[in-house]
Design a binder for this molecule. Structure first.
Ligand code: SF4
Length: 240
């Protein structure tokens, strides 16, 4: 008998308020091909790691349905890790959600770009697109990849007219530079699909996870971005 389609899920959060509009049921998928130096979820990296949940799309929808009244004005969000590492699962789960009238958001760094990952967009209402850096060299230094696929994905989202919230982590000594931020905002200006830019301050809340996993922390000694700096950035770049 054919094995049913299942998703490898790191964890579930039933009342998420920071990953898309409204209150959301957030699913953290296991596996990510990137290695962002500031990642606070290194425990989601390994696709072959043992997971807490392995569910079919229908089983996940059943779980979501228990919270339907709470998420009525919000929806569901698939995040990770990198959800697009499991495109068949994401597509089928979003298809079922759409059928059930539930808003779908995909939080992705856009690093996996192929026919299968693009097919997830057929049932996606909103994409939270993490742009690590525009410049290929800097992007490689931040996450190990040149970031080209994220920009291709943004073009595809513009073509399809799917709403996008851009996310960008501002890291002291790495991406905290007015010239770089100006360039990013200038690049995004022509895109009608970009509804919002979320400037995220670098923080060190995930450091303990590296210790638990026996990994060296790549940004050892880098302080969190001060609250007044991120406030100034948010004021400097009102959007739209
Ligand atoms: S894309 Fe997200 S999960 Fe993957 S390494 Fe970067 S911050 Fe971590």
């Amino acid at each position: 008998m054919e094995k049913p389609l299942t998703g490898k899920i790191h964890s579930l959060e039933s009342f998420g308020t920071v990953d898309g509009p409204g209150i959301r049921f957030v699913t953290f998928m296991q596996g990510c091909p990137l290695r962002c130096r500031y990642c606070h979820n290194p425990d989601t990296w390994r696709a072959d790691a043992p997971v807490k949940y392995e569910l079919t799309p229908r089983q996940l929808l059943d779980e979501v349905s228990r919270y339907k009244s709470f998420i009525a004005k919000g929806g569901v969000t698939l995040t990770g890790g990198e959800p697009l590492m499991q495109p068949d699962f994401c597509r089928e789960f979003f298809r079922l959600c759409r059928e059930a009238g539930i808003h779908t958001a995909l939080d992705t760094a856009g690093s996996v770009y192929n026919e299968k990952t693009l097919s997830v967009l057929d049932f996606t209402d909103l994409v939270l697109l993490d742009i690590k850096a525009l410049q290929p060299e800097l992007c490689r230094a931040v996450c190990g990849s040149d970031g080209r696929n994220a920009l291709r994905l943004l073009d595809e989202l513009e073509r399809r007219g799917i709403d996008v919230w851009i996310r960008h982590v501002v890291v002291p000594g790495l991406t905290d530079d007015d010239r770089l931020l100006d360039e990013l905002v200038g690049y995004l200006k022509p895109y009608r699909c970009v509804r919002k830019i979320e400037w995220l301050p670098y923080h060190t809340m995930g450091v303990f996870k590296y210790k638990d996993l026996g990994l060296a922390y790549p940004l050892e000694g880098v302080p969190p971005l001060p609250a007044e700096r991120i406030k100034a950035i948010r004021e400097r770049y009102p959007w739209p």
